[in-house]
Design a protein around this ligand. Structure first.
Ligand SMILES: NC(=O)c1ccc[n+]([C@@H]2O[C@H](COP(=O)([O-])OP(=O)(O)OC[C@H]3O[C@@H](n4cnc5c(N)ncnc54)[C@H](O)[C@@H]3O)[C@@H](O)[C@H]2O)c1
Length: 332
């Protein structure tokens, strides 16, 4: 495949002050790429900004601002991490999700189209599948999201395919399962407020910031009765984005990929691992099942492995939990 004129050009990371975006910036900087971050700090943090990247504070729905950034910095590709991503909140306030995730991205894509930026990498999610009909879940599984958060991401995926037909902009939609862990150097990590993810919640218990953690149901049809999820280390996610961007730069066709390991861990297994690594008892309270939680969510990630050669390197549970523990202890 022929290397395009945009290969190696500066990258715009939208949402680069957030959890996953900041790890992406770190990976791009380490690879010698020039990076511009656009973030409105709605859920991001200045402390997660990488000093080697240029930071612009603003919203990706500000089309004039985005056009200026794309032109001034000769941006070759955009990686889009910015979104509202609390499933429960999306049910309470769907309009917020369609506004922030969909309408703002429409403006971002309009700016890219008018300036002629050729590549786009989207943070998508396993939530586009909805209730799994079979596991592990392959990309060909029907997409029937069960909440507005998943619907906005599914709509974006469709939109990207339609924009490509109209303008030739190529894209990669990367459907993450459960992002977890932190950078091995301990300088950046997960910081959501409110926190809704299992591993940081358990670690907050270990740090004495919460009295106990809640387990939603131990009567699921799984080996130990608790829900099973596929955890993927945030640095493995960043590596996957890097190979996806490089593939686009080499001329690869647009594609949709699951990012997971194909191996599930149960909630109780995660809790045991957190107890062992933090040497803290981590008390839990078991309550009833939560509506809408599937029993098992595990990816079939064969497609990205065979197309792009991506293989997760740090996604065993011990590495994930130790890196998260290291980050939370340092930032507590
Ligand atoms: N964390 C997970 O397990 C997970 C799983 C699947 C998909 N995702 C997706 O990955 C992406 C990143 O997730 P995260 O966990 O890092 O979230 P995060 O909240 O830490 O990061 C999102 C960043 O985007 C910024 N932002 C939000 N709306 C913006 C806007 N309109 N303009 C500019 N900046 C804006 C926020 O300030 C924040 O810095 C999201 O798109 C999310 O839907 C996350």
């Amino acid at each position: 495949m022929k290397e395009s004129a945009s290969a190696g050009k500066p990258v715009l990371v939208v949402g680069g002050a957030g959890y996953i975006g900041s790890h992406m910036v770190s990976a791009l900087v380490a690879a010698g790429r020039e990076v511009v971050i656009l973030d409105n700090l709605s859920t991001g943090h200045r402390a997660l900004l990488n000093p080697a990247a240029l930071f612009v504070e603003g919203a990706c729905g500000d089309r004039a601002l985005v056009e200026r950034i794309l032109i001034d910095h000769a941006i070759g590709g955009v990686m889009h991490f910015a979104a509202s991503s609390l499933v429960g909140e999306s049910v309470q306030d769907p309009l917020k999700y369609y506004r922030n995730n969909l309408a703002q991205t429409v403006e971002l894509l309009s700016a890219m189209q008018s300036v002629g930026v050729p590549y786009f990498v989207l943070s998508s999610t396993a939530a586009v599948y909805g209730e799994p009909q079979s596991v592990p879940i392959a990309e060909s599984h029907p997409s029937r999201p069960t909440n507005p958060y998943g619907s906005t991401k599914a709509a974006l995926e469709r939109l990207l395919a339609e924009v490509e037909v109209a303008s030739g902009m190529r894209h990669m939609s990367l459907r993450y399962f459960n992002a977890a862990g932190a950078h091995p150097d301990g300088t950046i990590g997960e910081r959501h407020e409110p926190e809704s993810h299992l591993i940081p919640i358990m670690i907050q218990v270990a740090l004495g910031q919460r009295p106990h953690a809640q387990v939603f149901g131990t009567d699921w049809p799984t080996e130990d009765g608790s829900c099973v999820r596929d955890y993927i280390h945030v640095c493995d996610l960043a590596d996957a984005h890097m190979v996806a961007l490089q593939a686009l730069e080499r001329g690869a066709a647009s594609s949709t990929y699951n990012l997971g390991t194909g191996k599930g861990y149960s909630v109780l297994q995660v809790i045991d691992t957190v107890r062992r690594i933090t040497a803290h008892p981590v008390p839990v309270v078991v309550s009833g099942r939560r509506a809408g939680d599937p029993a098992v969510l595990v990816a079939n990630a064969d497609r990205i492995r065979s197309d792009l050669g991506w293989i997760p390197q740090r996604s065993d549970l011990d590495t994930i939990v130790s890196s998260a523990w290291n980050w939370h202890r340092r930032s507590a």
